[in-house]
Design a protein around this ligand. Structure first.
Ligand SMILES: Nc1ncnc2c1ncn2[C@@H]1O[C@H](COP(=O)(O)OP(=O)(O)OP(=O)(O)O)[C@@H](O)[C@H]1O
Ligand SMILES: [Mg+2]
Length: 269
């Protein structure tokens, strides 16, 4: 059943989680790809929407640039339906809406458009073919990320344990609150995942402790370690779970997936 939440149109009946952090290089795309793969492996139908002009999620899921003719750009612009933009991947139960470089102009093109912040939400309103839709956001709080936050029911924030991490995240949390008040009362913080954790680095430990102090249970127990296999996998067009299922990075993403699914059950109960 489609839930009517406010005057910005119905929320999709698939669960939608935006993976966002305006800071660059913190592990958003890696988390989107590997969380999606781990959840798809548990027989759930998962769709990844690549909403970043960089297109790293599309590359990491093995889709070459020539196959991205219909992308999330066309969906946002109303030039294609979701169904036309969805592509299968080599991973069972996992689909992708690729991005294209045109997305970098979407902000300017949408500036005078009506309902410019709820374009994605409208496009996803009828999406019921997936159990879970993960949106990989660009490293900015721009109109693309805003579209993701208006379309989603929850936000998952990857956070790298470094100096100033808490300041960056408090800005993001304020943005989530604003989006919630103005456009999407259902939006909630799903959780924060600590990424690229280096246990030999004291600063990592200190920042992790601060983040847990401040955000409590919202921080997933699973920590994603810095692991070279994770960084090698995208150049093979594969999630690390397919590249080396036994490495520490893959194990961590499998744990994160079960935590996310558990939290999903709690949130929906
Ligand atoms: N756990 C990890 N261990 C080692 N390298 C990692 C890990 N997670 C991500 N990386 C690497 O760090 C870089 C940044 O990761 P990723 O692209 O996922 O971040 P992002 O937040 O999506 O970046 P952007 O903001 O540019 O979209 C990539 O080269 C990726 O392979
Ligand atoms: Mg990215």
């Amino acid at each position: 059943m489609v839930k009517i939440s406010d005057n910005h149109g119905p929320l999709a009946s698939s669960r939608i989680i935006a993976i966002a952090n305006q800071k660059g290089g913190v592990g958003k795309t890696t988390t989107a790809i590997n969380l999606a793969t781990a959840i798809a492996a548990s027989k759930k139908r998962v769709l990844v929407i690549d909403l970043d002009p960089q297109g790293n999620a599309s590359t990491g899921l093995g889709l070459d640039r020539a196959s991205r003719a219909i992308s999330s750009y066309h969906v946002l612009m109303g030039e294609a339906d979701l169904g036309q933009a969805v592509q299968g991947t080599n991973i069972p139960n996992l689909w992708l809406v690729p991005s294209s470089i045109d997305l970098s102009g979407a902000e300017v093109e949408l500036v005078d458009a009506t309902a410019r912040e709820s374009r994605l939400r409208s496009a996803l309103a009828a999406a019921s073919d997936w159990d879970l839709i993960l949106i990989d956001c660009p490293p900015s709080l721009n109109l693309l990320t805003l579209n993701a936050l208006v379309a989603a029911q929850a936000v998952l924030v990857p956070l790298q344990c470094e100096f100033f991490a808490l300041e960056g995240i408090s800005h993001l949390v304020k943005t989530i609150e604003r989006v919630k008040a103005a456009f999407n009362p259902d939006l909630e913080l799903h959780g924060i995942v600590l990424t690229m954790f280096d246990k030999r680095n004291n600063l990592s430990d200190m920042v992790a402790a601060d983040v847990r102090d401040y955000f409590g249970d919202k921080v997933y127990k699973t920590v994603i370690p810095r692991n070279v296999r994770v960084s090698e996998a995208p150049s093979h067009g594969k999630p690390v779970l397919l590249y080396d299922v036994r490495c520490a990075g893959s194990e961590a993403y499998i744990h994160l997936a079960s935590e996310v699914l558990k939290r999903e059950r709690e949130l929906r109960a």
